[in-house]
Design a protein around this ligand. Structure first.
Ligand code: PEP
Length: 248
C-alpha cells in the first residue's frame, strides 16, 4: 500500500504566500509511490486547489464544522469543502487544547466529513502529564471510541487515524519506537473490538516532530502507514525529503 504523507501547514501563509510556497514545493516533490496531502489554512484551500498538480498532491483541510450551513460565525462546513478536498484533519491536539474541542464534537466532525466524501484523519494522543501518569491507553481508547462513534462499518476504510503524542508535537522530542509500537497496536486492537476484522483496513499515521532525518525510521517500523507532518511541512526541502523517504 502507498505511504500517506500529510503536511499540516497550520496557521502559516496568506493566499499569496501559500501560492509562492506551493510552487516551490511542487518543483522539489516528485510524483511517485507516496500519497501526499497538503493541508493549507482554510483561506488558502481554494486558491491552492486551482494550481494543484493532482499527479503529485491531494488537498486536505485542517478542520471543518459538522453543520452544513447556518448561524455558525467563522466556521466552514464539510458540505462546503466537498469536492474541494479529499481529506480533513479532525481533532488535532491544537483544536482540542486551544479551542476546547471534546471527543463528541470530534465525532460529529468525523461523521460530517464522511457524509461529504471527505476522508477524516482522526488525531489521537496523550499529553506529557497523561503519559507520566500512565494514562496513555485510557486517553487513546476514549478518543477512538467516542471519535468513531458515528462511523459505520462500511465507511471505516475511509478513516485515517493519526497517533500524535502531544508531547512530541512541535517540540523536536519525537517519539521512539517503544512509544509508538504499543500505541499503534492498541489502536488497531481497539478498532477491531469496535468494528470487527474490517479494522485491518484502517490506515494509521504517526505525527510529532517528524523531519527528513527521522521519517524513514518511522516508516520502516512496520506499524504505521504514513506520517502527519507539521513544522517540517512548511519548509520545502525538509518536506520533500520526507516525501522521498516515503517513496522507497
Ligand atoms: C502536527 O501539527 O500535527 C505536528 C505533528 O506538528 P510537528 O510535526 O511540528 O510536530
Amino acid at each position: 500500500m502507498k505511504k500517506l504523507i500529510v503536511g499540516n501547514w497550520k496557521e502559516h501563509f496568506s493566499p499569496g504566500a501559500a501560492s509562492t510556497y506551493y510552487q516551490k514545493l511542487a518543483k522539489m516533490v516528485h510524483a511517485g509511490q507516496a500519497e501526499v496531502v497538503l493541508c493549507p489554512p482554510m483561506l488558502d484551500v481554494y486558491p491552492v486547489s486551482r494550481e494543484l498538480d493532482d499527479k503529485k498532491f491531494k488537498l486536505g483541510a485542517q478542520n471543518l464544522y459538522f453543520e452544513d450551513n447556518g448561524a455558525f460565525t467563522g466556521e466552514t462546513s464539510a458540505a462546503m469543502l466537498k469536492g474541494l478536498v479529499d481529506y480533513a484533519i479532525i481533532g488535532h491536539s491544537e483544536r482540542r487544547q486551544v479551542f476546547g474541542e471534546d471527543n463528541l464534537l470530534v465525532a460529529k466532525k468525523v461523521a460530517a466529513a464522511l457524509r461529504n466524501r471527505i476522508q477524516p484523519i482522526l488525531c489521537v494522543g496523550e499529553t506529557l502529564l497523561e503519559r507520566s501518569e500512565e494514562l496513555t491507553s485510557r486517553v487513546v481508547v476514549d478518543q477512538l471510541t467516542v471519535g468513531l462513534h458515528f462511523v459505520s462499518k462500511e465507511d471505516l476504510d475511509q478513516v485515517v487515524v493519526a497517533y500524535e503524542p502531544i508531547w512530541a508535537i512541535g517540540t523536536g522530542n519525537f517519539a521512539r519506537p517503544d512509544d509508538v509500537i504499543p500505541v499503534a497496536r492498541l489502536i488497531h486492537q481497539t478498532i477491531t473490538e469496535l468494528f470487527g476484522e474490517s479494522a485491518a483496513q484502517i490506515r494509521l499515521l504517526y505525527g510529532g516532530s517528524v523531519d527528513g532525518d527521522n521519517a524513514a525510521a518511522f516508516l520502516s517500523l512496520g506499524e504505521v502507514d504514513g506520517l502527519l507532518v507539521g513544522g517540517a511541512s512548511v519548509n520545502a526541502s525538509k518536506f520533500a525529503r520526507i516525501v522521498e523517504a516515503a517513496q522507497h
